[in-house]
Design a protein around this ligand. Sequence first.
Ligand code: FAD
Length: 456
Amino acid sequence: MRHYPALVEQFDLIIIGAGSGNSVLTEDFDGWKVAVVEREVFGGTCLNRGCIPSKMFIYPASIVETIRTAGPLGVDAHVDSVRWSEIVDRVFGRIDPIAAGGEDYRRSLDNVTVFSEDARFVGHKQVQVGDQVITADTIVLAAGARPRIPDVPGLNEVPFHTSATIMRIPAPPRRLAILGGGFIAVEMGHVFQAVGSEVTIINRSKLLLRAHDQEIAERFTDVFGQRFTLRCGETPSQVRNDGDEIVIDFADGESVVADALLVATGRIPNGEQLGVKETGVELDASGYVVVDEHQRTGVDGIWALGDISNPMQLKHTANAETRAVAHNIHHPDDLQVVNYSGAPSAVFTHPQIATVGKTERELEAEGVAYIAHTQPYGATAYGWAMEDEHGFCKVIADPETRLLLGAHIIGHEASLLIQQLVLGYRFGLTVDEMARGPLYVHPALSEVVEQALLEL
Ligand SMILES: Cc1cc2nc3c(=O)[nH]c(=O)nc-3n(C[C@H](O)[C@H](O)[C@H](O)COP(=O)(O)OP(=O)(O)OC[C@H]3O[C@@H](n4cnc5c(N)ncnc54)[C@H](O)[C@@H]3O)c2cc1C
């Protein structure tokens, strides 16, 4: 029989997860009695172990890679050393105080109680935090996602890292093995190879970043194959320790030997772990909390946002959902809908990748007619300046309406180049309006976008 503590403290609002969830608390909640439950540090994944620190490592890594590949431009340069521990100190010396400051600020507010506990639902709108149970009419589920650990024999008996820990290691390993071929695997591979590790990427699928546009995934796998040892299309049969080494065995009798192992095989939402079914909240087949277009779960007064409910698992979509939830709680008769149209994403490797809208594969599966054009960076003046051999911009449009259906870029600053296409996509411009309406800076790299659109 389950034991319920006698005292159940009543709040007006409970927020579970102080990543994006912490930003729900606008001044509109000043008169509310609020509980914020956070089992780790404030700021969540993005600030502490995701977007921000990873890009703070990637920036110097990309400088190293730029130097390493400067030869064809007539520049003979080399990197003397990378001061890893100084980079770690700089990154977390900036981030950790922000996380601590965020928590201190919340704790200083009279109307907010912070629980540094693991939350778990134990009944309808009843949340166990430590040895206490709290309740509220309004609850926001913002507990995010966590690394998925694959079922590989022996994995649990060896020490391994995930993205949550690898960025704080005291020194780069001499040999790093990475399990996975998604954006975290390749971004961290880029970082550690640049700072001196020998990186081997082991990926079940034949292509890295396989969910991306097929041509991009192929080009990327090709480029990374020249930089890293890739074991693509392979699954380890077991992982084991051999003294200080980690050995990853394959069915063909071959092995990868490493000094450290990073497991980066995706992220699973935390709804089940949070016990949301105890309060009647439904999970979909992949474990995401089911929400409607206003971020409402099926239980009146319970809302969800971010990675716990959105398979896109992106910070900018979590932010948009946070703004919608903050508004919708106060405006039941004027509910906002999050508009995901044109939600872009990027991979910050060297080269970068950025994408908006659909891939050709998705359009084909949906039976949607399209036209596409792929324009190489090397066809533009700036691409000549860079001696670029790999970058391209692919644009896909509806042949009738001439509206953009998707755009996929691989190459230098793809994450910036995509933004002009995001605007056109979002605001319903035809590819002709996008190409011929604005003037493009000459001879900037953005001309690759102009040329791609003109060719459609
Ligand atoms: C390495 C890495 C790089 C990334 N890079 C990018 C990027 O470049 N761009 C991008 O858009 N996105 C990126 N992301 C994804 C992005 O970080 C997430 O989409 C975003 O942080 C999700 O925010 P959230 O508020 O939903 O969850 P989180 O930020 O994860 O917040 C959830 C919080 O809930 C807490 N929590 C969980 N369960 C409980 C519980 N039971 N009780 C109490 N507290 C709980 C957690 O400790 C956490 O603090 C990256 C992610 C990773 C891992």
